[in-house]
Design a binder for this molecule. Structure first.
Ligand code: SAH
Length: 403
């Protein structure tokens, strides 16, 4: 198979040699052959030395790289055999990661492929107890979906019951409307039960947010469980009730879950009842705007969890987002009982750790509370970050002890 060759401007090869996963359009000097969105292309330096292979897309980020000369040895053909080898290596690491959590109870859902962090730029695959849910962020990766499905079958064998493609909301706007979410292999009824640290969750990848569940909070939920026994807990932005289930399991006396989405409240109730018999817990799930709830209830909680959606999706939205995080955390801090704990998160990629920290400092000043940091949190190991693509580190959190 021969692919179109792109040649970089002088001096523009350094980033690719350092495994940066994107080639910007301004770095390209010339190319031979056709160049269409989604094409596999080979990237060369000015002198014609092969550097990497990726998917082309007309735009500021012109090529999303998934194979580098230094690791692959030379040009590659991304067929089923290529993806099988790659996914086998990735799965090996995932098995070690999931094994390391087994003392907390069995887990059979995790992120198998985390885009750039796994050398698979433009591809997310989450595994839910035998079902792989795929989200392509580039049209090129979406075109690979059938060979990737073949590779998943080769890697997982009988353990794989279905592969579902849910790319219609993640592809670039001009393509999002052209694809229909569907099974690429097998079919599994939803909701589908999974185990996370021994807790049951019912997953619906078809109508749920993202691939159906926020797998990135697994370790942080386990940490919450350590603090929750005997406590009154407020889980704000609960989605399907991940933190709530862990809190009840750990012996929290009272748990309140808040989300503005009725669907999320229904999912939370469903997951709580899937784990516990009714007489064994005190839980209430309330559909409300979190700020509205915080402003209209004077209740104090021993533990407050704030896990809002990304307030900033772009750099231009950053300033407003910071104001939003500050206000939310000021109100959240006011609801923490003396000596209680705040778990606070941001999943906005453009708000880095330092900015988030400083925003929380500002919130604590506004709330007039003495606050100490107990933990700095992030995404779990099945959401790895390339050293050469720090943007992949998106989830940050703080556990604060509030006097
Ligand atoms: N903590 C969750 C994930 C939260 S995702 C977990 O562990 O699974 C963010 C959630 O915030 C979504 O469910 C969304 O419906 C909800 N949300 C967004 N804006 C909100 C608002 N203003 N008030 C309440 N909930 C909101």
């Amino acid at each position: 198979m021969s692919y179109t060759k792109l040649f970089l401007q002088a001096g523009r090869d350094e980033a690719v040699r350092r495994f940066h996963p994107w080639v910007f359009s301004r770095a390209i000097a010339r190319y031979d052959g056709d160049l269409n969105d989604g094409d596999v292309v080979e990237v060369y330096d000015r002198k014609g030395v092969y550097l990497a292979t990726g998917h082309y897309h007309d735009g500021s980020i012109a090529v999303r790289l998934f194979s580098f000369a230094a690791t692959a040895g030379g040009p590659v053909t991304p067929d089923a055999a290529y993806w099988t080898k790659k996914l086998r290596g990735i799965r090996h690491i995932r098995q070690a990661i999931i094994n390391s959590t087994r003392d907390a109870g069995p887990t059979n859902c995790y992120r198998l492929v985390h885009g750039e962090g796994d050398g698979c730029t433009g591809l997310i695959i989450d595994v839910y107890n035998g079902v792989a849910v795929l989200q392509a962020h580039s049209i090129g990766m979406h075109r690979e979906r059938m060979v990737i499905t073949e590779a998943l079958q080769a890697v997982f064998g009988d353990e794989l019951t279905a592969v579902y493609d849910k790319s219609s909301e993640t592809l670039p706007n001009e393509y999002a409307g052209t694809v229909i979410n569907s099974y690429l292999f097998g079919q599994t009824p939803v909701p589908h039960p999974v185990l996370e640290n021994g807790n049951t969750f019912l997953i619906d990848w078809i109508t749920g947010q993202k691939t159906g569940f926020f797998l990135d909070q697994r370790d942080n939920r386990a940490l919450l469980a350590q603090y929750a026994p005997g406590k009154r807990v407020l889980n704000a932005f609960c989605y399907s009730g991940g933190f709530s289930v862990y809190a009840i399991q750990a012996g929290a006396t009272d748990v309140h879950s808040i989300d503005s989405s009725q669907k999320a409240i229904a999912l939370t109730n469903q997951n709580v009842t899937a784990n516990f018999s009714p007489e064994t817990y005190q839980h209430e799930a309330i559909a409300d705007d979190v700020l509205h709830y915080l402003n209209n209830h004077n209740e104090q909680y021993d533990i407050v969890i704030l896990d809002p959606p990304a307030f900033a999706k772009s750099l231009s939205a950053r300033h407003r987002a910071v104001q939003g995080y500050k206000r939310l955390n000021t109100e959240g801090l006011k609801r923490v009982a003396k000596g209680g704990i705040l778990f606070t998160f941001s999943c906005s990629q453009v708000i880095d750790r330092e900015l988030f920290y400083n925003t929380i400092v500002a919130a604590a000043i506004d709330a007039g509370r003495q606050v100490r940091v107990l933990h700095h949190l992030s995404q779990p190991a099945d959401h790895p970050v390339s050293l050469f693509h720090p943007e992949g580190s998106y989830l940050k959190g703080l556990v604060l002890w509030v006097e």
